[in-house]
Design a protein around this ligand. Sequence first.
Ligand SMILES: Nc1ncnc2c1ncn2[C@@H]1O[C@H](COP(=O)(O)OP(=O)(O)OP(=O)(O)O)[C@@H](O)[C@H]1O
Ligand SMILES: [Mg+2]
Length: 361
Amino acid sequence: MKTISTNDFIKLSVFFNVAFVGIVFALNYNFCGAAIATDIIFLIGLTTGFVFNGLMMVLNFWPHLLTYKPKMPTKVKDLLPKPKPTTTPAVVANTEIPDITASTKSPYLQPVAKPANIKVAGKDANLYQFSDMRFDFHRLPHILLAGTSGSGKTVALFNILGTIKRQYPMARFVVIDYGNQDFEQTYPTDLTTFLKVTEAMFLIMKGRQLEGKQTDRTRIVWIVEEFESVLGEIKLEPKTAQTAFYVRLANIGRMARKLSLNMVFVTQSAKAEDLNTSIRNNFANRFIMAMENNSLAGALGCNYDVGSLPTGVGYSSAIKAFIKFPMAKEPPLELIPYNDLMRLANYYKVKYNLIIDEDNE
Ligand SMILES: Nc1ncnc2c1ncn2[C@@H]1O[C@H](COP(=O)(O)OP(=O)(O)OP(=O)(O)O)[C@@H](O)[C@H]1O
Ligand SMILES: [Mg+2]
C-alpha cells in the first residue's frame, strides 16, 4: 500500500479540518440562527474532522506499524548484573557448554588448524587462516591492531569483531571511529567526548569491582578506530593531562581483565612517542600489519621484516605467527548508546560515591 509523507499528511489533515469546520459553518448559516445550535454544530464539525484525521492516520501509517521494529533501547538496568534467581537452575550437561578454554597450541589465540609454512623476507614463518582462531579474553583481554595506511587493519578488525560476536553473542559495543570512515555508527569523535568515555569506563570498572563477584556481567567491547588521531590530540594537552590520560587507560586495562571489558584499538602509528610503553603493555594481544619501520614492529613483539607484508596479513604477538585475514564487512554490532554509557557510569558513581582522583588513581 502506498503511503503519503508525514508532511503531506499534516497539510492534508489541516486542509480537511478547515474544510469540515467551513462546511459546518456554511450549513449552520443556512439552516440555523440560534447561537447554541451554532456551537453544537461547530463541535460536531470539529469532532468529525478529528475522527476523519484518526482514520486517515491509521490508514496511512498501519503498513509502517506492521513492519515497525523498535531499535533495542539499552537501559542501565540491561547492563547491570541480573538478580540471582531464587529457584535452582536446571543442570546443563557439560557437552552443551562450548569449551573455549581448550587449547591446542597457544592459550591465548587458539589456532585449530595446521599452519602453512611461509617465508617472510627469507625467514621461516607460520601462516594461519584467521577463520580458525578464537580468543581467550580471560588471559589477553585487549587487542591492538597496528599497521600503515592500507595494510588491512580495518578489515582485520571486522574479522576480529565477527569472532567476538560469535564467542560472546550478548556482548555490547562502544564504537569510537575517530576518522568517521569505517563504522555505520560512532560516538562523537572529539577529544572531550573521548575523555568522557574514558572516565565513564573507569567508573564502570570501579563500580563493577565494588559490586563483587558476578557471573553474568554484560561484556562491553570498546572499539577505537584511528587511535593515532586521539593520541595526536592528547599530545597537545598539558603534560599533567597527558600523564593522567595514560594512567587512566592503563588502570582501565588492568581492571578490565576480570570485569568483562575488552578494548580493541586500531592505530596507524606505532611510534614510541605515540604508543608509549604503558599503552603497549595494556594491549598484550597485538596484530602487526605491514609497517615500514621494523624496530617499531620489534617493540610490539614482531621480529620479522614486515615492510613487504601483503594487505590482509598480520603478525600475531600472541601465537608468534602470521595470520591471513579474509575480506570482511562490519558485522552488525549492538551498540550501547552514548547516553546510556554515561548513565551507567553515573549509576556506579552515585551508588558507591566514587570520586576520581586524577593524581592518585
Ligand atoms: N584481508 C583482505 N583481503 C583482501 N583485501 C583486503 C584485505 N584487507 C584489506 N583489503 C583491501 O585493502 C583495502 C584497505 O584495507 P583497510 O581499510 O582494512 O586498511 P587500513 O589499514 O584500515 O587502512 P587505513 O589506515 O587507511 O584505515 C580495503 O579496502 C580492501 O580493498
Ligand atoms: Mg582503517
